[in-house]
Design a protein around this ligand. Structure first.
Ligand SMILES: *[C@@H]1O[C@H](CO)[C@@H](O)[C@H](O)[C@H]1NC(C)=O
Ligand SMILES: *[C@@H]1O[C@H](CO)[C@@H](O)[C@H](O)[C@H]1NC(C)=O
Ligand SMILES: *[C@@H]1O[C@H](CO)[C@@H](O)[C@H](O)[C@H]1NC(C)=O
Length: 444
């Protein structure tokens, strides 16, 4: 049924759901805990016959033909570079992002190629509904697929040059990619690539004209109609930009108190409309410091976020931030070296997991196709179940006014789930303990 849930059906689903039954969340420091990892998971073999199953779960690596990708990339390298890299070994694939094209019955997928750990390119290709790559040459507007997106780069000798971290989305009848890249002024900005024409341009905001330092990343598409090109600039204060006229003008801030530093919740997948409702769903990700025993690192996990959008007057509310989603079955063989979930090391191959697209949503079967980045090295597609049911629970609580939760639930719920203390709080506590000890000594 692919995104075409009728208003009637969502009303019926909500009616069925009008009591949460066993699913009433418990509250942790003012944040609802839905036990998401028991409810949302990668599907098992038994429920669906999906040919490319690996290890009994509905997930597999995509973009595995790196020699083919490398042969396409070679056309964009100088002779010298092409010779210095003898094989596709120096090629890392990260940030796969997909949308379903009903007219072609295929996924259009974009992935970042990180070459030689120095520069990036974006590669695009088609995949069929079972996530097998389809290598038939075709055009999407002016863009050749499969191929390297023809993005002009200011200077590939600058460190970390070229387009990074793409997200793909539809706006009106057209398909765009948003990515970040170092511009001619050596500032990292967000850019749009338009498939229809092959044009690219940077997205500017008034703060960029102030001469202070900045580096833009992770702006998240939030397409609510055909007239407005909205992005979540920062989930902190749920700041929304209107970039509809970004070819000629600055993007306008339309909601949310300005605050430039990112918090623990970062933009992941573009928001998709939930059925025909005014709720929009994304898989963002937490970006937090893990500190437990001797293990210490920054780690990433997908987080379900839901926004309620109303018009006239326009209102953008981030109503829900979930617990971190583990997808533990994706952190073991054959995707990582771990042979069971007990051996997963968060500060090693269990460090980076982020979802970059909700590519298709089957509401009746409660199956959602998503793409993920694992450790900036493995690009995955997975079929996930449980999201429809969970989203309906959240929405029904919101509708009757019983949903609670604050701006910092992602942080609180990550510390709860992984069972360690907020590093800042623990630093403050140890300072307080030292002070108390000192006072005690002074009093003696
Ligand atoms: C709202 O819905 C929840 C879950 O369905 C239910 O437990 C609660 O009693 C409802 N509250 C009101 C005020 O209707
Ligand atoms: C890869 O990096 C090495 C040194 O870091 C450099 O000598 C080589 O030219 C680079 N190759 C490409 C294709 O950029
Ligand atoms: C699984 O991995 C652990 C840790 O690397 C190792 O000690 C153990 O022998 C492995 N078990 C099997 C059945 O391969």
């Amino acid at each position: 049924m692919n995104f075409k849930l009728s208003l009637g059906l969502i009303a019926i689903l909500l009616l069925i759901k009008c009591t949460l039954g066993d699913h009433k969340p418990v509250s942790f420091k003012g944040c609802p805990v839905f036990d998401i990892n028991k409810r949302v998971y990668v599907m098992q073999n038994s429920r669906l016959s999906w040919p490319p199953f690996i290890g009994g779960i509905a997930a597999h690596k995509i973009f595995t033909d790196t020699e083919f990708i490398y042969s396409m990339l070679r056309l964009h390298l100088s002779e010298e570079e092409s010779c210095s890299l003898q094989s596709a070994n120096g090629l890392n694939l990260m940030f796969p992002a997909a949308i379903w094209l009903p007219e072609k019955k295929m996924y259009l997928v974009v992935v970042r190629l990180f070459l030689n750990l120095t520069k990036s390119y974006l590669y695009t290709s088609f995949f069929d509904s079972d996530w097998r790559e389809v290598i038939t040459e075709d055009m999407v507007g002016a863009t050749q697929v499969p191929g390297i997106l023809p993005i002009e780069v200011y200077d590939y000798n600058v460190e970390c040059s070229g387009p990074e971290d793409p997200r793909i989305f539809r706006f009106g009848k057209e398909i765009y990619v948003i990515y970040n890249m170092i511009d001619v002024d050596l500032r990292r900005k967000m850019f749009l690539y338009r498939f229809e024409t092959g044009e690219t341009w940077p997205l500017e905001i008034v703060e960029h004209t102030w001469g202070t330092a900045y580096a833009e990343k992770n702006w998240t598409p939030l397409i609510v109609d055909d007239e407005h090109l909205y992005f979540v600039y920062n989930h902190k204060n749920f700041q929304i930009l209107d970039c509809t006229n970004s070819r000629k003008e600055l993007c306008n801030r339309v909601s949310g108190e300005p605050y430039s530093l990112p918090a623990g919740l970062r933009g992941g997948s573009p928001y998709v409309r939930f059925g025909s409702s005014n709720y929009f769903v994304s898989l963002g990700y937490s970006h937090l410091k893990y500190k437990k025993g001797i293990d210490c690192c920054v780690f990433y996990r997908p987080t379900l976020t839901i926004a309620a959008i109303s018009k006239n007057p326009d209102k953008f509310d981030l109503i829900f931030q979930s617990e971190p989603i583990d997808f533990q079955s994706l952190l073991i063989e054959p995707f990582t070296q771990y042979n069971s979930t007990e051996h997963i090391k968060i500060c090693d191959a269990g460090r980076i997991m982020m979802a970059l697209s909700i590519a298709n949503w089957d509401y009746e079967e409660d199956v959602v196709d998503i793409t993920l980045n694992l450790n900036d090295a493995v690009a995955l597609a997975a079929k996930v179940t449980g999201l429809t049911d969970l989203a309906l629970d959240v929405i029904s609580m919101h509708e009757n006014g019983s949903l609670y939760g604050g701006d910092d639930c992602v942080e609180k719920l990550v510390y709860r789930h992984f069972d360690f203390e907020d590093p800042e709080i623990s630093a403050r506590n140890s300072l307080r303990r030292r002070r108390m000890k000192k006072t005690a000594v002074d009093n003696n």
